[in-house]
Design a protein around this ligand. Structure first.
Ligand code: ADP
Length: 521
């Protein structure tokens, strides 16, 4: 199987191949020659220069790599081409098995506007929104997404709303369908993802400028300038449902993930189950997610995202037609292997009997090469020392090894640290310890920040929402752990030639010279 990705997800998929008895072929750009996924795979094929457009995003190069290495199947991981229907079609046209959903389902969910329409037609509640052209479709959208009482309340707001002043830009006035939502609203790119191409607008007079700048950003980032407007819900929770479909028409949901801890609309900590979801709410969320997946003939693993309001009302946000970064928390809480299930679905097997409810609680923290003290600026450089934590209930999905370069061309996520326990508190405290015991030297990381976040009151209590990190103040970083000092001392005491990256040395780890630990900095 060709693993058309890099980093921790490539490592994760290669491991699943091993378990399934499949041979794996890694691909690598010039910047990734010495990367962990390359060393781990049974074979590896170079696919060109570091920029992703010239390597990991190049369909011809990936197909060529699959051909020359004799692969039968392609797993896209997440990111890169994983949600690209053209890639899925090209893989199948080349006679290879695509480990993912049908291209048509990817396309139906790929545009947020088209996904919203499909969901409304399937009776799934959708975040109230409006197209901005003032077309007939807007009206339909609004009617379907609001229940009677809400529609009446919004109509009252619309009547009371002052006529907005004309502004420069391409919009002379704010469409009534947007006004009826009430402010704030969020302007979104239909093709958007990764938190990009979103503008929160608090007043009608700022709308046209937001629409125009969102269009420019969407065109540059996604090659598509279509934007639309949604009601911006005040501090909801982000709750998503893992679904699996097989080629025999079976679709099941594997509970929810709580992903409300976000920075700039990007998840940083995720857990399963959500502390806010009761069995009754879980049943309703899972039912809506299964309906969403069935509506597009979904096969393989996918995620249906919702925003949950304190009232218990939830609204469809979007569907991700791939494996999700945070899939390990579902795996740990439900004791399943989602990549193995993707493989057996692709081989035509029926879904096995799966647990109806999570038996454990799992929490994941995303470790990034970024500097929390410098506005979370992504960091590049050489990761001199990387030591992973271990212990009961601790899982690390990582794509790095000591000495590896962290390249500016790619996502700065180094690893995901996942802790599992019988209770949420057991999982949380295990994760705090695991983060403290992780050693990353050479580039700044968010490890200490994550530890402090997981110790903060709202997170301890499970009282999170998507706006929390904008206002939460964390205490100053504590002194680094003894493991960090020991690793640093070990590196500093060695001749420069033995430091990884400077030569191909026989250097193997940070603890091969004994050091007395403790005693302060
Ligand atoms: P992307 O595809 O870029 O990830 P999403 O539509 O999935 O964008 O939204 C990402 C995050 O942005 C959500 O988890 C939530 O925190 C916030 N968000 C998006 N839409 C809304 C909304 N209508 N109201 C409140 N928050 C929203």
């Amino acid at each position: 199987m060709l693993v058309a990705n890099r980093g921790e997800i490539a490592v994760r998929v290669i491991r699943a191949c091993r378990t399934a008895g499949l041979e794996s072929v890694a691909v690598y750009s010039d910047a990734d020659r010495e990367a962990r996924h390359v060393a781990l795979a049974d074979a590896a094929v170079g696919i060109g220069p570091a920029p992703a457009e010239d390597s990991y995003l190049s369909i011809p190069k990936l197909l060529e790599a699959a051909k020359t290495s004799g692969c039968d199947a392609v797993h896209p991981g997440y990111g890169f081409l994983s949600e690209n229907a053209d890639f899925a079609r090209a893989v199948e046209a080349a006679g290879l098995v695509w480990i993912g959903p049908p291209a048509d389902a990817m396309e139906a969910m790929g545009s947020k506007i088209s996904a919203r329409k499909r969901m409304m037609a399937a009776g799934v509640p959708v975040v109230p929104g409006a197209l901005i052209a003032g077309s007939k479709e807007d009206e339909d959208e609004e009617k379907i997404s609001l229940n009677g009482e809400e529609a009446r309340a919004r109509a009252a707001v619309r009547r009371a709303a002052p006529r907005p002043p004309a502004t420069s830009g391409t919009f002379e006035e704010v469409p009534s369908s947007v006004l009826s939502l009430g402010f704030p609203v969020v302007v979104k790119a239909s093709a958007g993802g990764g938190g990009k191409g979103m503008r929160i607008v608090t007043s009608p007079s700022d709308l046209s400028e937001a629409i125009n700048s969102c269009r420019r950003e969407a065109l540059a980032a996604f090659g598509n300038s279509t934007v639309y407007v949604e009601k911006y819900l005040p501090n909801p929770r982000h709750i998503e449902v893992q679904i699996l479909g097989d080629t025999h028409g079976n679709v099941v949901a594997l509970g929810e993930r709580e992903c409300s801890l976000q920075r700039r609309h990007q998840k940083v900590v995720e857990e399963c189950p959500s502390p806010a979801v009761t069995p009754e709410l879980r049943a309703r969320l899972c039912k809506a997610a299964v309906e969403a997946a069935r509506a597009v003939g979904y096969v393989s693993a996918g995620t249906v995202e919702f925003l949950l309001e304190p009232s218990g009302a939830f609204w469809f946000l979007e569907m991700n037609t791939r494996l999700q970064v945070e899939h390990p928390v579902t795996e740990e809480a439900f004791s399943v292997d989602l990549v193995a299930l993707q493989l057996s679905i692709a081989a035509g097997s029926r879904l096995p009997e799966l647990p109806a409810a999570p038996a454990f609680h799992a929490i994941e923290a995303r470790v990034y090469a970024e500097d929390p003290d410098a506005g979370f600026l992504p960091q590049a450089g050489r990761l001199l020392v990387w030591v992973e934590p271990s212990g009961p209930g601790v899982r690390v999905d990582s794509g790095v090894i000591s000495g590896q370069a962290v390249d500016v061309h790619y996502d700065p996520m180094l690893a995901k640290i996942v802790a599992t326990g019988r209770t949420r508190e057991e999982a949380r405290s295990r994760l705090v310890v695991a983060l403290r015991e992780t050693v990353a030297l050479g580039v700044a990381t968010n490890l200490s920040w994550l530890g402090r976040l997981l110790e903060s009151d709202p997170v301890v209590r499970g009282e999170t929402h998507t706006g929390l990190l904008e206002t939460l103040r964390l205490p100053a970083p504590a002194r680094p752990s003894d493991e960090v000092f020991a690793a640093a001392a070990s590196v500093l005491s060695r001749p420069a030639s033995a430091v990884p990256g400077s030569t191909k040395s026989s250097w193997s780890g940070p603890f091969d010279t004994p050091f007395r630990m403790g005693g302060g900095a």
